[in-house]
Design a protein around this ligand. Structure first.
Ligand code: BGC
Length: 768
């Protein structure tokens, strides 16, 4: 745990240069615009500890899997959203000596992420080995308006000398992934070119064949006046830049403005990439840095209008929630149904930038409430478009007849995990995808989605479950063997309660949606059944039979759902009895010891109770919460938020708040000592859920938003925005009660503590 980030309601601030924090800060201060993103690496050279990272959404490499002993069914490769060309780079020489903070005396260092306006600023003063002092201010952003473009304004001022300053703005495609399985480079150069004031490098990914053209156009100003010094073109393999000599004068700033763009062959024909890249560079250069920055602030203001959460009376909590929302908006904007949300977004290499169940189980609720409907719809369509691959994944494992098994880890629909027992056997992801469809339709009322896409996915998923269960003559029930639940601290278990419950629900929901579609659009329904070769009578009978006869492990003594058949065979210990030196278990204990222990990595039975809470009375929820919470170590970032929501539901306000703190400042305070790998982007959606669904108690009930709010003791008030079926609401909870402002022209009805209220267009209600 660290606490070097300064508290500010709209900014993330680091003061003073501590190289030990650099990789952590590179993650925290990351930038992105949904189309591309980058870690907060320095523009100038840095020979200290750093993880360089520039990422282009959807551009990946298939890195051959590395396993000791190959078995049938192992994925051939792990897909990685790969480190792409560095477009921020500006090399600086002061009288021939390279500016490198690892080799300078650094003072007045300040890094600031302005979340309100969406840019990163860095200021410092550095003294090199020759005693020459420069002051630097660097501002940069990934444009939300021109999402293929970004800009850097880098100002360097000699403080105690006049002399030769050499600046080289460049594009460098000669980059590596630190997590490459075989230390290979993933890019080949295709072309490069330099012209007056600019250049580009076009690279192609090996194996996957994505082309990305990365270019820049720059300007140089001295003391505020543009200068046009003759530049020397530098071209090396995968690299292009222009070296410029400036006779710098003491206290006269030299500014390099660099406009950059990344265009990929996902969106352009390869032979049209460069023309379009040059056009983009000309356009943004024409706009100018200040206009781009103004547009950036306006784009962010628009985002905040729809999703700001305001907490009065707790600046640290305020900063944290905004940071979570900011990063989510930087990661995914929902413009493109080929893109998804990697657990680390654009902030690091871990998890390869690919899609996990995190999207459906955690991110969907956030985007449903804070973005236009199409944003979540695109997340759903992403899976719809990969349905063929889900059939293939299932077929590879021996399932047939249109069974669909979505991958646990994937970018292109093909399973690419690299840990069989843990990741592969987490079949529950298939259920999360069905649950997201349910959640989307429940929230938006978009029933046509079910007709056009949803039902097809549901049938594939239901068919998979109906084949994956097996009949136990001994129990006289359907069972599910060889499973890993969300709790990855026990693998290959039998009858994971959550998975059995989810599988049954998927089949039940599929039958329900079949009935609905049959009545709303009989023709399309018939066409779909024909397309899928679905034998309605036989297959629904099979689903119903499984639903009625599914086995759910239950413990009579504790009166709780049993996480899996063998859970109570384990020695029952509590987390509070674990010595601090043993935590986190995944860094201190052997894997064997973890698997034998009763300690739970993340919500598992409680994940099921969260999904299907209406099925359980409060006593059942309380008994299960009281049993599982003390055994949960929360070593997945996805865990505390669900416990916060359930604690809030049970009226345990203190614990709800405690879990909230744990999730919301996870990265800012480097709680798990792993922020240097990247930020926990998908769990940030969980943070938002713990405020809105936890403290706000928001649920959808019969097509209406319902709130059961409480105010954490430390706060004066909190408020959040939610969009719902065309209306935009601001919900404020304070000691005075609940105020709901309808900021839209659409009347809506809400429930507050189970009573219905109409909120007419552009009006507000206050309920004490
Ligand atoms: C969690 C998984 C999650 C993955 C990616 C793991 O540590 O246990 O549930 O999908 O991280 O966030």
């Amino acid at each position: 745990m660290k606490d070097y980030i300064k508290i500010d309601e709209w900014k993330i601030i680091e003061e003073g240069f501590d190289p030990h924090h650099n990789k952590i800060s590179e993650s925290i201060f990351s930038l992105g615009n949904g189309r591309m993103g980058q870690r907060a690496n320095f523009e100038e050279a840095y020979s200290g500890e750093t993880l360089p990272g520039n990422y282009v959404a959807g551009v990946y490499y298939n890195d051959k899997t590395r396993v000791g002993w190959w078995k049938n069914g192992y994925p051939e490769y792990f897909s990685k959203v790969l480190n792409a060309a560095n477009w921020i780079g500006i090399d600086i020489l002061i009288d021939g000596e390279q500016l490198d903070l690892a080799k300078c005396e650094v003072s007045h260092f300040r890094r600031e992420l302005n979340m309100k306006a969406g840019y990163l600023q860095r200021n410092f003063e550095a003294k090199n080995s020759a005693g020459k002092i420069v002051e630097v201010e660097a501002i940069r952003f990934c444009s939300m308006t021109d999402d293929e473009a970004g800009a850097v304004k880098y100002t360097i001022t000699p403080k105690n000398f006049s002399g030769a300053l050499t600046v080289t703005p460049f594009i460098d495609g000669d980059v590596v992934n630190q997590d490459a399985n075989y230390d290979e480079k993933f890019w080949d150069e295709v072309a490069k070119e330099c012209w007056e004031g600019g250049c580009y490098v076009q690279m192609r990914t090996k194996k996957t064949g994505f082309d990305v053209a990365t270019g820049m156009q720059f300007r140089v100003l001295q003391n505020g006046q543009e200068i046009k010094p003759a530049g020397e073109v530098i071209q090396k393999e995968k690299y292009a830049g222009t070296k410029i000599q400036v006779q710098a004068k003491q206290n006269e700033p030299v500014t390099i403005i660099k406009y950059a763009a990344n265009l990929s062959s996902q969106n352009y024909k390869v032979d049209e990439l460069v023309t379009n890249l040059k056009a983009t560079l000309t356009r943004v250069n024409g706009k100018g840095f200040d206009t781009m920055l103004t547009e950036q602030a306006a784009a962010w203001a628009e985002k905040w209008k729809h999703n700001d959460v305001v907490i009065e009376g707790d600046a640290s909590a305020q900063q944290a929630i905004r940071f979570n929302i900011f990063q989510l908006n930087q990661t995914y904007t929902g413009e493109d149904d080929r893109l998804n949300i990697g657990p680390k977004g654009f902030t690091g290499e871990k998890y390869g930038g690919v899609t996990y169940w995190d999207t459906e189980a955690y991110c969907v609720p956030f985007y449903l409430s804070t973005a236009e409907q199409k944003v979540t719809k695109n997340l759903l369509l992403y899976r719809y478009k990969q349905l063929d691959k889900a059939y293939e994944n299932a077929a590879m494992l021996g399932f047939g007849n249109g069974a669909a098994l979505y991958p646990m880890v994937s970018i292109n629909g093909i399973e690419c995990h690299n840990e069989w027992e843990i990741t592969f056997e987490e079949l529950h992801r298939n259920g999360a995808i069905a649950y997201a469809i349910f959640n989307y339709v429940r929230y938006t009322g978009d029933e046509p989605y079910l007709v056009d896409y949803g039902l097809e996915v549901l049938i594939g998923i239901a068919r998979f479950w109906s084949q994956r269960v097996s009949w136990s003559a001994q129990r006289n029930k359907y069972v599910m063997l060889g499973i890993t639940g969300p709790n990855e601290y026990e693998n290959n278990v039998n009858n994971n309660w959550y998975t059995n419950t989810l599988a049954s629900w998927c089949m039940q929901y599929t039958i329900q949606i079949m009935e609905k579609v049959k009545t709303t659009d009989a023709d399309k329904y018939k066409q779909l059944l024909t397309k899928l070769n679905f034998n309605e009578e036989q297959e629904t009978e099979k689903f119903n039979n499984i639903i009625e006869n599914m086995y759910y492990p239950y413990d009579e003594q504790h009166k709780v759902f049993m996480q899996q058949d063998g859970y109570l065979d384990k020695e029952q210990l509590l987390v509070k009895d674990l010595p601090a030196a043993d935590r986190p278990l995944n860094q201190k204990w052997s894997w064997d010891r973890i698997l034998r222990s009763c300690f739970i990595k993340q919500a598992d039975v409680l994940q099921g109770i969260y999904f299907f809470e209406d099925k359980y009375d409060l006593d059942t929820i309380r008994r299960n919460f009281d049993f599982y919470e003390p055994r949960t170590v929360h070593e997945s970032s996805l865990s505390p938020c669900l416990h916060a929501i359930l604690a809030a539901k049970l009226g345990d306000e203190a614990r709800a708040y405690e879990f909230y703190l744990r999730t919301s400042r996870l990265d800012l305070d480097d709680y798990n000592n792993d922020t240097e790998d990247g930020c926990h982007i998908t769990s940030m959606a969980g943070t938002w859920m713990s405020v809105v669904e936890g403290f706000g108690g928001m649920r959808v009930r019969d097509g209406k938003l319902s709130f059961q709010p409480f105010l954490p003791g430390k706060w004066i008030s909190f408020s959040f925005h939610v969009g719902f079926r065309g209306s935009l609401l601001n919900v404020k909870v304070s000691k005075q009660g609940v105020q709901i402002k309808n900021l839209s022209a659409i009347e809506t009805t809400v429930l507050i503590k189970d009573k219905e209220y109409a909120v007419t267009a552009n009006s507000e209600i206050v309920i004490a």
